[in-house]
Write a protein that binds this ligand. Structure first.
Ligand code: FES
Ligand SMILES: [Fe+2]
Length: 380
């Protein structure tokens, strides 16, 4: 069996992939939970989703749940989704607007938008009860690239420290980032390890070699200009749109291709991904939220600055939900079935010297981050 230090020291161009157990083992998954996700930045939503005072979003990671809400003071707060009386989950809805207080369904303790206890029925009869001691513990929130995120680790590096340059890159590709709004969201529960899904999303090798919808997408991209770049904790791939395309996603292009039409994907460690497809005037979020060693929630969100979506944009969202997404999910499920085989342990990264557009260097980079965090040699 390959040791952890053997794996970490291998030359990427001849390296073997992470051993198969990393994709199903309970103990390795437990280490990922603690050492990756409990210190990770998790997407809450776009600034417009927390636009008005009282707007709130609930986000869960494993057995932890947080409420993020905009207070009347204009600030976005996040706190654990748990009543401080006997531990009841406070908010059951995924999102909404709470103009008043968050009221616990059990004994009606009420909390403000900052998580502070406002009232507790009959508490005036208690000895030494001071409401200010019963605020819900806060969770860190940061705004980055037009979106809000939370982090359960008070000592984690800030997003600016982890992802220098990523905010500017998002704004370069999405100049209307701040005026976008959520236009659709779709969840899939996928019977695959979160890294299987991640690996699939950060290599271009399979684009022209797998299913028919991938080939259709590849035809919309000018592959000669397609590049995959790795930074410390984030990565991008970008390719210009095919300037000869006349239709996309089953809809006619009603305008000439522009130089800024592109295929773009940016990933922020460990699992937040934003992308756009050629000619689609929307930003997609692609979140791989682990539910278990072999089960993940794959969440597709769609954001656009258009009041009325252009036909091609609408067609692209449907195509992603119904065609390309399921085609990739089938590939992910097939990988997950195979990683437990007694006939497989490690494959070979297809990394070339040029780090070309079909090279798997981003997969190796991502695995190096995973491995480093699990085994404690990751730096940040
Ligand atoms: S558990 Fe929330 S008020 Fe009692
Ligand atoms: Fe794919």
């Amino acid at each position: 069996m390959v040791t952890a230090s053997d794996w970490a020291s291998a030359d990427p161009e001849t390296a073997l992939t992470l051993p198969a157990r990393y994709f199903y083992d309970d103990e390795l998954f437990r280490l990922e939970q603690e050492r990756i996700f409990m210190s990770a930045w998790h997407l809450i939503g776009h600034t417009s989703e927390l636009g008005e005072p009282g707007a709130f979003i609930v986000r869960d990671i494993f057995d932890q749940s947080i409420v993020a809400t905009r207070g009347r003071d204009g600030r976005v707060h996040a706190f654990h989704n748990v009543c401080q009386h006997r531990g009841t989950r406070l908010v059951e809805e995924d999102r909404g607007v709470q103009k008043g207080v968050f009221r616990c369904p059990y004994h009606s303790w009420c909390y403000g938008h900052d998580g502070a206890l406002r009232s507790a029925p009959r508490s005036d009869r208690l000895k030494d009860f001071d409401k200010s001691n019963w605020s819900i513990p806060q969770v860190r929130v940061e705004k980055f690239g037009g979106f809000y995120y939370f982090n359960l680790d008070p000592n984690a590096p800030s997003m600016q420290e982890l992802f220098p340059g990523a905010d500017a890159e998002m704004r370069r590709v999405f100049p209307q980032l701040d005026s976008m709004r959520l236009v659709g969201e779709k969840d899939f529960v996928v019977p695959a390890n979160w890294k299987v899904i991640m690996d699939n999303s950060i290599e271009g090798y399979h684009f022209r070699l797998s299913g028919p919808h991938h080939v259709d997408l590849a035809d919309l991209i000018d592959f000669d200009g397609y590049t995959l770049r790795q930074y410390d904790h984030w990565w991008t791939y970008i390719g210009p749109a095919n300037q000869h395309a006349t239709e996309a996603y089953g809809a006619p292009l009603h305008r000439a291709p522009r130089k800024d039409d592109c295929f773009f994907n940016i990933g922020l460690w460990p699992h937040n991904t934003f992308y756009t497809f050629p000619f689609s005037e929307c930003l997609g979020t692609f979140l791989m939220i682990p539910l278990g060693p072999e089960k993940s929630l794959l969440r597709f969100g769609y954001y656009s600055a258009h009041e009325t979506l252009p036909e091609v944009t609408q067609a692209c969202m449907e195509w992603m939900n119904e065609k390309l997404g399921p085609e990739d999910i089938d590939l992910n499920i097939a990988v997950q079935k195979g990683v437990r085989s007694r006939g497989f342990d490690q494959g070979r990264y297809m990394i070339d010297a040029q780090r070309s557009n079909e090279s798997e260097h981003l997969v190796h980079h991502f695995h190096t981050l995973v491995h480093g965090h699990i085994h404690g040699n990751a730096g940040a």
